[in-house]
Structure formats: structure tokens, C-alpha cells
Design a protein around this ligand. Structure first.
Ligand code: DUC
Ligand code: ZN
Ligand code: ZN
Ligand code: ZN
Length: 474
């Protein structure tokens, strides 16, 4: 007798939808049955979940999170425990976080520290990318061993001089190793040295409010860095994945590269689809005044709606010029964290917390007709799983796959807010956002971890996923 049947739902995969019962035994999906078949052969499970009128989708894969990330003298406010519980509430069953090597530190030590933080604390499965904060002979040698560790992608920063920064010579050398080892290069594509000059000039003019963070991080500097990264990748033969794309001109660079047959990919995040620099400029509160805008300080920054960046992101998701929606979840509280940058936007820790809301926020694209159901699932689960070497066990509802399953109910209407979210933040960047539909039941490897908004999982249940090479490349 199988453990569980999810019956009567509409199963959504990237390739289409079908009415089917999903049969689960232990940690795995063992069968998909046409409606009525289970009854006609007398198949009964220990438990049945009625998914009539609901979608049954592969658990979300958020390929870009930063739990506990040290940043600007503080650390991201979600631990692996609080962040993965929040993720589970939102229908995400796998996160890929970034282990950090800081300059002067050994890559292996950075990775080990990340394993220590996550091990025994995650409510859902997790994997790591590796941030290479300093490219030198040691870290290049260490990069060669990452694949054996189940870490098949690494991130470089063209921004943040003095913190994580890689110059062109370093990027070139790292990409050569990536090409040799089959690693996927993830690039934070912003011209950091130029940004720092603009930021310094703005502060010298007394322009210290959070809004000026976005002014300093001009779209020209995202476009330029994206182009440079594409050309360096092309030269070395390494595939490239540009993270958190927010400027329409950067998307155009990616689209041009793809049209020319290059292995260039891109992700965007919900904040670049929905939020804008104008709203950040208009933000004000009694407590914080214009500093209220610090809630939306992230990098890349929010962009001007009047310039059409948000529409360009939606279009690129539809046309596959961008392939993945991740969150870049990097939460900081206002109190004692964002507040560090009162009087100087450069000291505001960069980041927005969204790990709980990604599936819901993207589902609104289905509601408004911007995305098909299949594309919703593709962007939030299927392609991140394929891109980062987990597809087959993650990212699909089929026999043999891990039973990471979300029952998503298109009915219901809620609004997002700090009073009800599960992320460890004293505010929400999404306060008041209206959501049609909701996550009903979430399974992680066959275990119900969320049912009707109630967490039934356990911190420590989540396992480290040793990833294979990207399955998105030929
Ligand atoms: N961007 C952020 O907003 N936070 C952390 C790092 C990054 O690149
Ligand atoms: Zn980044
Ligand atoms: Zn990030
Ligand atoms: Zn419900």
C-alpha cells in the first residue's frame, strides 16, 4: 500500500498539464495514474489528499538565497532554519544558497563554514553555489575540486570592490577553470568601481537617502558589465549565467548573445518584475521619513518603471531570454540593520526578503495572462533544477522523482504582510501585495511539511543535495 495519493488534481509540468493522481511511496513519486484508475484497480493509500480543482506542481527550486550572509557589518536575518521554514510555507522545497569565500580565506574553509551553518537546521533540501571572493592561485586550484563536492556553479562579483570583487584578469582566469571543469559561472554583473565613484559623489552632494543607491547603480553600469561578462565567457568557452538581471539593456545583451548561439543565461527576481525606483523614491513613513526606502535597497537596484524595465523582464520571461526566477533572498530588518545606513545609503545592507513569496508572486503572472501555467512551473522549478544539475529528482512530477510536491489552490485571496509572513524580518518589502491563489499543501520527499498554512516539518529534515553538472547545456 503506498503512503499517499494526491487525487483529482491537475498535474502541471513544463511540458503540459494533465488530470492525474500522484502516487507517493516513501520519499518518491511512484506513479501517475489517469483519473479513476486507482479506484478501478482497488489501489488505496494510507492517506489521500484531495486536490480537486487545484494544481499539483513540482516543489519550487529557489536557486539564489543568502541565509545568514555576513554583509556590511551585520548578517542576513534569516537563519537556515527560519529561512527554509519560510520557503516551505511558500511552496519552495529546495534552495541553493551561496557558500562564501572571502578574500584571504581558503575556499574549502568558506564552504565548510556554510555546511556547518546549514547542516541540521534546514526544513527542506538545500544545495550550495560557491562564491569566489578572491581569485588567486589557491582559489583557482580549489575551484577544480568543487564538482566532487556537489557544487557545480560558482559566483563572481564585478561589483563590491574591496569585498568580493573580481577584476577582468581574475574573471578570465576563473572562467578558464570553469570551462575545464564544467562549472557554471554565475555573474553579479555591475561595474563596481564606477558605481563607487558615483556613490561617493552623490554622498558628497548630500544625496544620502536610500533612493540614491539606485541612482548610483545606473543601468549603463549593469549593461556594460553584462556585455563584458558575455565577451569574457565567449572568449574562454565557459557558459555564463547572469544573476538578478534588472535593466532592460542587460536583457538585450543576453538576448543578443543567445541569438548568436552563445551559452548565456539569465535570471531575474520578483522585485524586478513588480517594484520600481519611483516607488522607492515615494516611500516615506512617520518613523523613518524618506529612509523608509531602505526596505528596497538591493543590488542590482530597483529600476525606473517609466523606463520600461519591469515590462521588459516579463517579456524576457515569456520569450525565454531569461530562464529562471529566483529571489536573491537576502533579508535585513530595518531595526539595527538597514538603520546602519541612515545618513549614508552606502552603509545600508543590500537585500530584500522574498523566499516565501516567489511562487505566489509569479503565479500572479498566470492570473494576469502574462505567463502560462507551464511557464510558471518552468521558471520557478523545472529550469532552476535543470540549470543547476538536480533535474529528475527535483523539478518534475514523474515516477522516480523526489516527492517534492505543491498542491496549489487557484482560489482564495490574501495580502502579504510582515504580521503574517514567516521570514525573520520586521517588515516586508511586499507589504499589502494582493495575491490570488495560495499554497495549500507542501511535500518534501514525501513528508507533508506545510498543510493549510501550518508547518508540520522539522528543522534538520532537509538534506544537502550534491548537484551534478548543469543539464541545461549540451
Ligand atoms: N545583492 C543583494 O541585494 N544582496 C546581497 C548580495 C547582492 O548581490
Ligand atoms: Zn549579486
Ligand atoms: Zn545574491
Ligand atoms: Zn487552502
Amino acid at each position: 500500500m503506498p503512503d499517499l495519493i494526491i487525487s483529482g488534481g491537475t498535474v502541471v509540468n513544463a511540458t503540459g498539464t494533465a488530470e492525474a493522481d500522484v502516487v507517493i511511496d516513501g520519499e518518491k513519486i511512484v506513479a501517475l495514474l489517469a483519473p479513476g484508475v486507482a479506484g478501478s484497480v482497488g489501489l488505496v493509500a494510507d492517506r489521500t489528499i484531495d486536490a480537486s480543482g487545484k494544481y499539483v506542481v513540482p516543489g519550487g527550486v529557489d536557486a539564489h538565497t543568502h541565509m545568514e550572509l555576513p554583509f556590511g557589518g551585520t548578517a542576513a536575518s534569516d537563519t537556515f532554519e527560519t529561512g527554509t521554514i519560510a520557503a516551505a510555507h511558500g511552496g519552495t522545497t529546495t534552495i541553493v544558497d551561496f557558500a562564501v569565500q572571502r578574500y584571504g580565506e581558503r575556499v574549502q574553509d568558506g564552504l565548510e563554514a556554510w555546511h556547518k551553518r546549514a547542516d541540521g537546521n534546514c526544513a527542506i533540501d538545500y544545495a550550495f553555489h560557491q562564491i569566489i571572493g578572491g581569485v588567486d592561485a589557491d582559489s583557482l586550484a580549489a575551484m577544480r575540486s568543487l564538482v566532487d563536492e556537489g557544487i557545480t556553479s560558482y559566483k563572481l562579483f564585478m561589483a563590491y570592490p574591496g569585498v568580493f570583487y573580481a577584476d577582468d584578469a581574475q574573471i578570465l582566469k576563473a572562467m578558464q577553470v570553469a570551462r575545464d571543469e564544467g562549472l557554471l559561472t554565475m555573474m553579479h554583473a555591475e561595474n563596481g568601481p564606477a558605481i563607487d565613484v558615483l556613490a561617493e559623489q552623490l554622498v558628497a552632494q548630500g544625496k544620502t537617502d536610500p533612493y540614491f543607491h539606485g541612482v548610483a547603480r545606473a543601468w549603463q553600469l549593469e549593461e556594460e558589465a553584462t556585455h563584458r561578462a558575455i565577451m569574457l565567457a565567449d572568449l574562454t568557452g565557459a557558459p555564463l549565467y547572469v544573476v538578478h538581471v534588472s535593466a532592460k539593456q542587460a536583457v538585450a545583451q543576453i538576448a543578443t548573445a543567445r541569438d548568436a548561439g552563445k551559452n548565456v543565461f539569465g535570471e531575474t527576481c520578483p522585485q524586478y518584475l513588480y517594484l520600481s525606483l519611483e516607488e522607492q523614491l515615494g516611500a516615506s513613513s512617520e518613523e523613518y521619513g524618506a529612509f523608509e526606502g531602505a526596505k528596497w535597497v538591493c543590488s542590482t537596484p530597483l529600476r525606473a518603471r517609466a523606463e520600461g524595465h519591469q515590462d521588459a523582464m516579463w517579456q524576457a520571461l515569456r520569450t525565454n531570454d531569461l530562464q529562471v526566477v529566483s529571489t536573491d533572498h537576502c533579508p535585513f530588518c530595518m531595526k539595527d540593520q538597514k538603520e546602519l545606513g541612515r545618513g549614508d545609503f552606502r552603509a545600508i545592507p543590500n537585500g530584500i526578503g522574498t523566499v516565501e513569496h516567489r511562487m505566489d508572486l509569479l503565479y500572479q503572472g498566470v492570473v494576469t495572462g502574462r505567463l502560462s501555467l507551464e511557464r510558471w512551473v518552468e521558471l520557478t522549478s523545472v529550469t532552476p533544477a535543470r540549470m543547476f544539475g538536480m533535474y529528475g529528482s527535483k523539478g518534475v512530477i514523474q515516477p522516480g522523482a523526489d516527492a517534492d510536491v505543491v498542491v496549489y489552490d487557484p482560489a482564495g485571496h490574501t495580502s502579504i504582510g510582515a504580521a503574517t509572513h514567516h521570514m525573520n524580518m520586521d517588515h516586508s518589502a511586499w507589504e499589502g501585495f494582493e495575491i490570488d491563489g495560495h499554497v495549500d499543501v507542501v511535500l518534501s520527499r514525501g513528508q507533508v511539511v506545510v498543510d493549510d498554512g501550518v508547518f508540520h516539518g522539522r528543522a534538520g529534515y532537509g538534506r544537502f543535495v550534491k548537484r551534478g553538472l548543469s543539464q541545461y547545456l549540451v
